[in-house]
Design a protein around this ligand. Structure first.
Ligand code: FES
Ligand SMILES: [Fe+2]
Length: 412
């Protein structure tokens, strides 16, 4: 990448505390490309759930920037992730976004690979051609609790170190025994950072999300709406949280929270908090939307929110999980992909109803798409200048500082 980094470093240094970023960060193509290299390609990011490919040979494609990854099931216990690039002359091999295939056959000259990536057939090659040397290139991957994580880096961070603080929060919910009830993509005309800025503050929740505000209390929204330590403390909520923590510990379920203390490659958070008003699940009525998942034998009235990286979130009631993957698609385009997961034995129509399940995050994400797109349009104006952040935008400020530090570290 040819670029005068001094200009970008100067720009980074000129960003003001408690203000959002300057326009260039939200519109510029070369900063966008630098972002992909620095951030998306260096994080462990989950791109799907194992239940999307239940049978041998089932696959789906995950693409980002110039990369396309084949995520394919080799056997009951093995999922493989390969770069979708033929080792002959580089054609893409899988052209459909999902399907089932017993072999991976390149459409160009028909080199054929097994599901483990090994080259099986290559026509008319010379006599001492060694097929063993021409297996498909693997993408770093890890299936954790059914979630399929990829890492595009040549030197990926240790997965165990990455997942360690989040592990108990995820394991509680039994996602390895879950299935996808619904998957939806919300293409959003906004830069990935503008999209995430919105996800990391709940200052906008009151004016923009009546459904969210119906489900969650004012005090929760103030203190925890964008995650722990992202808004002004609420004494009222803290009292509720203490009471609920005691009760939930007695039931034997996990309580507590995690947030990053020191600057690192990771940007993670997690917490368990109570719902208000005897609510059991994140639904319109407060009643369960499906059967209990994971370790839960009873509803504990709690809610688990986890950020594994800026590009992923898991938001979980006791009976279903809503997972988010934010995929940058261009300087001013981001796909927000949401999966709703339920227990693998739950059946649609009997145990769960799709409309109830998706109600809150579907409505909320449609509204987010609208406000992010309005934001992007305004940021494009010559009159856009970053304005002061409120006390409810600490999460956004944290994300911004992590972003700027990280980018600078990478450039210097
Ligand atoms: S490019 Fe794939 S077989 Fe030639
Ligand atoms: Fe929102």
């Amino acid at each position: 990448m040819s670029r005068d980094y001094n200009n970008i470093i100067q720009l980074i240094n000129s960003q003001k505390d408690n203000f959002p970023l300057d326009q260039l960060f939200y519109v510029d193509k070369s900063i966008y490309e630098l972002d992909l290299e620095t951030f998306f390609y260096n994080q462990w990011i989950f791109v799907g759930h194992q239940s999307r490919i239940p049978n041998k040979g089932d696959y789906f494609i995950f693409s980002i920037g110039n990369e396309s990854i084949i995520i394919i099931r080799e056997s009951e216990s093995q999922i493989n992730c390969f770069y979708n690039v033929c080792r002959h002359r580089g054609s893409q091999i899988c052209l459909e976004t999902e399907g089932n295939s017993k072999k991976l056959v390149c459409p160009y000259h028909a080199w054929t690979y097994n599901l483990d990536g090994k080259l099986k057939n290559a026509r008319m090659m010379y006599e001492d051609f060694d097929k063993k040397k021409w297996s498909l290139s693997k993408c770093n991957s890890k299936v954790f609790q059914g979630l399929i994580f990829l890492n595009f880096s040549n030197h990926p961070d240790d997965f165990n170190e990455f997942i360690k603080p989040l592990k108990p929060f995820i394991e509680l919910h039994g996602l390895k025994n879950a299935k996808i009830a619904v998957k939806k993509v919300y293409p959003t005309n906004g830069n990935w950072k503008l999209t995430l800025d919105n996800f990391h503050e709940c200052y906008h929740c009151l004016p923009s999300h009546p459904e969210y505000c119906q489900v969650h209390s004012k005090e929760y929204i103030q203190a925890y709406g964008a995650g722990n330590n992202t808004g002004p403390e609420s004494k009222v909520f803290n009292k509720k949280l203490d009471e609920w923590n005691n009760k939930t510990k007695e039931l034997g379920y996990l309580t507590g929270e995690f947030s990053e203390i020191n600057f690192s490659n990771f940007f993670r958070s997690a917490e368990r908090t109570p719902f208000d008003d005897n609510r059991l699940s994140e639904t319109k009525s407060g009643k369960p939307a499906s059967t209990l998942m994971g370790n839960f034998k009873n509803f504990d009235g709690g809610y688990t929110t986890i950020g594994t990286s800026p590009f992923n979130s898991l938001i979980m009631s006791n009976d279903f999980a809503t997972t988010f993957t934010f995929i940058p698609r261009g300087p001013m385009k981001t796909d927000v992909e949401i999966m709703w997961l339920v227990d693998e034995n739950a059946s649609e129509g009997k145990d769960y109803n799709i409309d109830e399940l998706i109600w809150m995050w579907n409505e909320t994400t449609i509204a987010d798409k609208r406000i992010i797109e309005n934001n992007q349009n305004g940021v494009l104006s010559k009159k856009y200048k970053p304005g002061p952040l409120s006390t409810m935008e600490i999460g956004l400020e944290k994300l911004k500082n992590w972003y700027l530090n990280h980018l600078k570290k990478n450039l210097t």
